[in-house]
Design a protein. Structure first.
Length: 493
């Protein structure tokens, strides 16, 4: 079985290389190196060691993973029974090819022997004057992800080889940090060519010193305002409000007392959506999130659940109920997604709970929304009209029954029959694919706009509403309607 001996070249000059590693390398006739762009490689050449570098592969492939796979493939395919492979720094620090070789060893393809080298991290800590025990992340610049970063810790981004990678790193960081946040470009840490350049984040990719010995240091964020976008910060704020010395109002809240606020905030989100006001929507979604976090904090304070449990529950549910995305199931359209969703949901609830199609409808819905859900679930069992005509006939029937009770002066029966009218109207809305709750909300807001116009126009004349006749008020109403038509017409010009 082929043996590959992996050697770390250290972080800088050959003078920093351990004596044992140096003596071992200079005895070799040939050494494979991932890149010749390292201070120690030139020194090895001068000692007469034949160096076979893989730099050309970087030009032949579009992404780094393909390069690393190609390097591993060539190492395994080489004719020699024993291969010496040298990498910058330490073999197990920011060296993807070594991880790929370890995976091959696990398959039984090759045998590995690791000879350590000095990691660049020690030199980096010294150059930056930082203590990693305070919290430090070492991340790969070629695969940097926004959500992996902990902004309150030291962040060292390695493998920032060139301006293209630096640009990607910059854009990723700017999603979490201000454009002018100061970072440090560190090149050849610990060597005679060590260079530290502090730059604003927006200038990161404009420096010519970027090379394979370059890393970027992002200092911890200490300004509280800069952490306001972070979920962990929001969670701490809620915990503080509920904790000792916090807010008396927040401290006394319970799941029951917060119910009305969640409902109110939800309706305000709907209003912001209808207004097509993005800033208002951001604010109202924040208020809904506040309610979620308050409930989660109460659950944590009482020892029953935490926000992590809430997040786990919804994440697990979304993955479980979307097998066409996260599994092997295939679907042809959105309607089939809904069918699969209902089938999975029914299976989850169990046989007893799903003895009725109506069992899944939440309690406490507004009556109009509940009517729509009742009809929708009943339709799944075939209890539904296929066309609109009989629904219109049913509406007329219910109106006639209401008129009978109206003439009889039967108050309670009138209420029942009027409820039947609303129920049929909800069915009509469902048939025409109209959300009855949203439709009524729009009408309510339209009424508010027009009534406000009447109030303002009358007030501008120094009068009050009660001084006008119904005919005069109705005339103002028509004026409001005409103004709306003109505004809508202008909007489409």
């Amino acid at each position: 079985m082929k043996e590959i001996i992996i050697i770390g070249l250290g972080a800088g000059d050959i003078e920093q290389m351990p004596l044992g590693i140096y003596r071992y390398l200079v005895k070799q006739e040939a050494v494979y190196v991932r890149t010749a762009e390292h201070p120690a490689v030139q020194a090895l050449k001068e000692e007469g060691v034949a160096v076979k570098a893989f730099d050309a592969l970087y030009e032949q492939h579009e992404d780094f993973d393909a390069v690393y796979q190609a390097i591993v493939g060539e190492l395994i395919a080489s004719a020699e029974d024993e291969v010496i492979y040298a990498v910058p720094g330490h073999p197990f620090v920011a060296e993807r090819t070594v991880q790929l070789l370890v995976a091959e060893e696990a398959k039984g393809t090759i045998k590995l022997k690791i000879l350590g080298g000095q990691s660049f991290l020690d030199a980096m800590y010294t150059a930056l004057r930082i203590d990693p025990i305070e919290g430090c992340q070492i991340v790969d610049g070629t695969a940097l992800q926004r959500d992996q970063l902990v902004l309150t810790e030291h962040i060292i981004i390695v493998q920032v080889y060139d301006a293209m990678i630096a640009s990607e790193v910059k854009l990723t960081l700017m999603e979490r940090l201000p454009d002018d946040y100061e970072v440090t470009i560190v090149t050849a840490a610990g060597s005679r060519d060590e260079e530290l350049i502090r730059v604003p984040l927006y200038d990161l990719d404009r420096r010519t010193t970027l090379n394979n010995l370059t890393a970027v240091y992002v200092p911890p964020v200490h300004k509280e305002e800069m952490l306001y976008r972070e979920f962990t910060k929001l969670r701490k704020v809620i915990a503080t409000l509920r904790g000792p010395g916090g807010c008396p109002w927040d401290q006394k809240q319970t799941h029951q007392s917060l119910k009305k606020y969640l409902l109110e905030e939800t309706y305000e989100v709907l209003e912001a959506i209808d207004e097509q006001d993005e800033e208002h929507l951001v604010e109202e979604l924040g208020d809904v999130l506040l309610q979620v976090l308050l409930h989660a904090q109460i659950g944590e304070d009482e020892g029953y659940f935490s926000i992590e449990d809430v997040i786990y529950a919804i994440t697990e549910k979304m993955i479980r109920r979307h097998p066409h995305v996260f599994g092997e199931t295939s679907v042809s359209d959105a309607e089939e997604v809904v069918v699969n969703w209902d089938a999975i949901k029914k299976q989850e609830k169990g046989k007893e709970e799903n003895s009725s199609l109506l069992a899944s409808i939440p309690k406490g819905l507004p009556a109009l929304m509940e009517a729509e859900q009742l009809q929708k679930q009943a339709a799944k069992g075939g209890f539904d009209w296929d066309e609109a005509a009989p629904i219109w006939m049913k509406l007329q029937e219910e109106i006639n029954e209401f008129m009978v009770e109206l003439k009889a002066g039967a108050g309670e029966e009138m209420k029942k029959e009027f409820g039947d009218i609303l129920f049929v109207l909800a069915n009509l809305a469902r048939y025409y694919k109209i959300d009855p709750e949203e439709a009524l909300l729009r009408t309510n807001r339209k009424f508010k706009r027009r009534f406000r116009y009447i109030e303002e126009s009358v007030g501008a004349e120094g009068r009050v509403l009660t001084e006008l006749t119904l005919e005069e008020l109705d005339e103002r109403w028509e004026q409001a309607k005409q103004l709306e038509r003109e505004e809508n017409s202008d909007a489409f010009r």
